[in-house]
Design a protein around this ligand. Structure first.
Ligand code: PLP
Length: 381
């Protein structure tokens, strides 16, 4: 059986975790936490980063930092993970769901402005499969209406966007005011199963982000010697991961080049091998717009119908391959369907019905990818 996903070990994880344990400081914000945060700040130029216990937590911190009032509206794609919406809903916001693009599952920036009302406060683009949203168009709408932009970059480590306006290339997570990454075991790098990162790009949020992270206290400033005592100064929660998780993550970050190179080779093998069937109209291949890079987070194909997808997943399962569908439309979920304003979101529904993800993880071999492609080719003949 070829599983859909399998977490990868670089070899140094246990070594660094052992080091963290015997350093005698296990709680958060220690040596490995600081090392990981500095790595992100140096490599990608993020203004300030804070490790969190999950991507969901990082999104919750983003939502808290937006200081939403009841009735404030947040625009979120319906084709995303529950946490993207839930983080803002928990803060009392009204979630307004946007449709996906026809070319790929990312938020459709062309229909975005029509969703903006006087109550709109935040737009949350999700970089699906690690492929950039149309950020020029999204930032134009945000600036025109004075909105905050929170990037859900959970899948988007080491991926970039090139602006057609400034011709500048920026790392995903470095464009909006705030961003969230995930180090869940299904992502390109993991912090030992669960983990995340808050990115603060706008200086205005730096101080409050640290306070929220440290349970509403100014403990971080105290340990830097900036204040002579620390206490309760604001809202907050416990968002810090333990040093053991940060140590695990460090072993993965150290190997990012190797991890990304291997994943891209597998991804490109799928793409090349499946292109002839796509040309015949059996399905469509992943779309990487001219402004985006590919971080090989995911390899997906989009079938013409729900029936065609269900049949392919069944065939692959019977052939020993774990292929899976992905999100169900949040706007028609059991929890939100009565709160949704009733607009149809046809592209979102199409991806919910027709998208299939194929196995893609570091320890998958080229031979296995070729075998999966052979099976798919046989199936469509
Ligand atoms: C994985 C993921 C999350 C949640 O991250 P966790 O670390 O699992 O909490 C949020 N949004 C998207 C788009 C994701 O893929």
């Amino acid at each position: 059986m070829i599983n859909f996903n399998q977490p990868h070990l670089t070899g140094k994880e246990a070594h660094y975790m052992y080091e963290a344990v015997f350093a005698g400081k296990l709680s958060g914000n220690g040596k490995f936490t600081k090392r990981c945060q500095a790595w992100f700040e140096e490599r990608y130029g993020f203004r300030k980063t804070l490790l969190t216990t999950s991507g969901t937590d990082a999104l919750e911190m983003c939502a808290m930092l937006c200081e939403l009032k009841p009735g404030d509206e947040v625009i979120i794609p319906s084709y995303t993970f529950v946490s993207t919406a839930l983080a803002f809903l928990r803060e009392g916001a009204k979630v307004v769901f946007a449709d996906s693009m026809k070319r790929n599952p990312n938020l459709d920036a062309e229909t975005l402005e029509a969703l903006v009302t006087p109550r709109t406060k935040v737009i949350v683009p999700v970089h699906y499969a690690g492929v950039a949203c149309d950020m020029d168009a999204i930032m134009v709408v945000a600036e025109k209406h004075h909105l905050l932009v929170v990037e859900d970059a959970a899948q988007a480590i080491d991926s970039y966007y090139t602006s057609n306006i400034t011709h500048q290339t920026s790392p995903l997570g470095g464009i909006g005011h705030l961003a969230a990454f995930s180090f869940h075991e299904t992502k390109n790098v993991t912090a030992g199963g669960e983990g995340g990162l808050l990115v603060v790009n706008d200086e205005r949020f730096v101080r409050r982000a640290e306070i929220i992270w440290e349970k509403g206290t100014n403990r971080a400033e105290f340990f830097r010697g900036e204040v002579n005592k620390y206490g309760w100064v604001d809202m907050g929660s416990s968002f810090l991961p333990s040093e053991v998780n940060a140590a695990f993550l460090w072993a993965q970050l150290e190997n990012i080049e190797d991890i990304q190179a291997k994943r891209k080779t597998l991804w490109e093998t799928y793409y090349k091998r499946l292109a002839p069937l796509a040309a015949k109209g059996a399905f469509t291949l992943p779309d990487i717009p001219e402004y985006a890079t590919n971080n090989a987070h995911m390899f997906y194909i989009v079938l013409p119908s729900l029936e065609a997808r269900t049949a392919l997943i069944k065939y692959l399962k019977e052939s020993g391959v774990g292929a899976v569908f992905h999100y169900l439309s949040l706007h028609s979920s059991e929890y939100y369907k009565d709160k949704h304003d009733g607009r149809a979101l046809p592209q979102c529904d199409r991806y919910a019905d027709c998208l299939v993800r194929l196995p893609l993880f570091y320890d998958l071999t080229i031979e296995e990818v070729n075998h999966i492609c052979d099976l798919i080719n046989t199936y469509f003949q």
